[in-house]
Design a protein around this ligand. Structure first.
Ligand SMILES: NC(=O)c1ccc[n+]([C@@H]2O[C@H](COP(=O)([O-])OP(=O)(O)OC[C@H]3O[C@@H](n4cnc5c(N)ncnc54)[C@H](O)[C@@H]3O)[C@@H](O)[C@H]2O)c1
Length: 205
């Protein structure tokens, strides 16, 4: 696969987890990948593992500035979260920033569209990474039990969404947030006792 041959990709939080999986995927697809990572040791390890990558410092507004000044059409993909959609106890600051990122994608999209740049966000649901497994050894089982698709998310699920948003096929998609959560945000809690479901629903069971 060389869909991104000749393209340059900057990944933030590139040392591990979803960021690292994105580096691997874009490098495999032929892109030149630059890693941005706050932990130098992790960055070094990731770069060595992926081979031939370069660590740089950038957040998205400067990325957009550089892209505009250099007349580089391209894609900005921000990482939001389902925690920016549904509220969680003790996660107010995280939730506020993740909700803000969804609006940020819309605003950036308006600002940079005329330069041939799209800006979108991805909202992962519970996704298995080294960190989430460390936080909860039963992460896969616990989140599978509350996810309509019946399984936890894997980094490959987020990578697939990012590859799409970065692809030529997504050139007219901008300002959107792609929720990749196996349906976890689709439903709110229901009362335990409900009248019978309509017939069309029971036929599906
Ligand atoms: N894993 C999940 O279940 C999940 C769910 C929803 C959203 N997300 C979002 O996806 C993104 C990646 O999550 P993850 O689970 O892969 O996280 P992770 O903790 O496994 O990896 C994050 C990486 O980013 C680096 N980092 C932290 N602050 C940084 C900074 N200021 N500059 C550069 N690098 C920095 C860390 O050192 C680490 O290597 C995050 O934005 C997270 O909020 C993850």
């Amino acid at each position: 696969m060389s869909t991104f041959s000749g393209k340059a990709v900057l990944i933030t939080g590139a040392g591990t987890g979803i960021g690292y999986a994105l580096c691997q995927a874009f490098a495999s697809a032929g892109a030149t990948v630059a890693l941005n990572e706050i932990d130098p040791a992790l960055c070094q390890r990731a770069a060595q593992q992926i081979n031939g990558t370069l660590g740089v410092e950038l957040v998205h507004p400067y990325a957009a500035r550089i892209m505009i000044d250099a007349h580089i059409p391209g894609r900005i993909i921000l990482m939001s979260s389902v925690t920016g959609i549904q509220a969680h106890v003790n996660l107010s600051v995280y939730g506020i920033t993740k909700a803000g990122i969804r609006m940020m994608a819309k605003t950036i999209a308006l600002e940079v569209g005329k330069y041939g740049i799209t800006a979108n966000a991805i909202s992962p649901g519970a996704t298995l990474t080294e960190r989430t497994l460390q936080d909860d050894p039963n992460f896969e089982r616990n989140w599978a039990s509350v996810t309509p698709n019946g399984r936890v998310g894997y980094v490959e699920d987020i990578v697939a969404a990012a590859l799409y948003l970065a692809s030529p096929e997504a050139r007219h998609v901008t300002g959107q947030t792609l929720v990749v959560d196996g349906g976890w945000t689709l439903q709110s809690p229901l009362p335990p006792e409900l009248p019978d479901l309509p017939a069309y629903s029971s036929q599906l069971r």
